[in-house]
Design a protein around this ligand. Sequence first.
Ligand code: MV4
Length: 429
Amino acid sequence: MRTVAVFSEADRESLHVRQADEAFCVGPGPVPRSYLNIPNIISTALVTGCDAIHPGYGFLAENARFAEICADHGLTFIGPKPSVIAAMGDKATAKRVMKDAGVATTPGTDILASVDEARAAAEQVGYPVLLKATAGGGGKGMRVVERPEEMERAYASATAEAEASFKDGRVYMEKLILNPRHIEVQVLGDEFGNVVSLGERDCSVQKPSHQKLIEESPAPHLSEKARAALLEMAVRACKHVGYTNAGTLEFLVSGEQVYFMEMNTRIQVEHPVTEMVYSVDLVKEQIRIAAGEPLGYEQKDLQLRGHAIECRINAEDPRNNFAPQAGTLQRVVFPGGPGVRVDTHVFSGAMVPPYYDSMIAKIIAFGATRDAAIARMERALRETVVDGVNTTIRQCLEILATPQFREGTYDIGFLPHLLAQMEPAAAER
Ligand code: MV4
């Protein structure tokens, strides 16, 4: 297939610009003026004769309106139907739909109409509870409420933050699940009603800001029973909503209990770990499905093999609360060798602009066993050189060396706790 890349003025030198057959600038560095500039992106596709747009994993990837506009211009949006994107984008709706499909969801409520309703509901659900923004996801507009006395303030601040962030202040309530793991299921559905799961990823190693740092597949210490329940629920849910293309269902897992949390209607940053253990090219599958081809295989044909781990290499300043760092990468050397994959847009001499996510590379290591994958990841991280900005390389090595990571017993509290424990001097290296 021939490819056309779009880029901003700040990304002229980016690797994807060279790798595509053609590349066109869609505007200045700031995101709203280029990567969110729908008219510029659509007109680029039309003048270059594109028949489809792959939206990637940020920016417009979960924008139902963009998917509709593509269709209006005769362009295939590589992703699910706009109606499904919209339904899953509203988190309270997504939960309701999943519950109807028989998926285990976190005990809680639909949209709350008032603080009085919230107080009454919390008595039913049982404290501690969480207020969550229905337009949210990723923790914006989320508040923990431990006691009835805290409800008024929490409700006011959750709705205000949701209104300010999403122009939609509506919130719903969930029981707070203590010390869960974040485990997500990869799915693919074609336009003929066939749906398969490609196992799960444990994404519990997250910073206090909810940014993932290390992901792996399969999830360590997930019982066969819980795993089977997760995968079966994910496939059932997708069949129920007529899901097409690639998607991810996020669950909280606590012991044998699994709770659906949210669904992401795009390919995700951490998809390479799944690609490695299932020997599939998920982006190729997305394109085939969007082209109207059937999956061509069944669940029983998909066999998990080995273990894969991904470390995110971000340009961040550990001395300044991990603030993103812009600057020139004087020297960049990436690892290689068997079982090591690097996804990146940077190289020696590249500029990291101030406008975008701080992630500059992903390093993925595969091994026949989890221990082998960890050993390979440590070797790969030690081979990696990024001079000119601070990165998360050392942090990832420190995490891999902890007993919790080694044993695979970590949960979502692990990294925040580790960061708080680290001496300021250690955090500053
Ligand atoms: C939760 C939860 C505990 N109980 N919901 C955080 C971001 C958003 N996607 C949902 N989040 C959570 N929802 C209930 N009912 C704990 C979190 C949470 C979390 C989830 C996954 C990974 C890291 C996390 C860090 C803090 C809180």
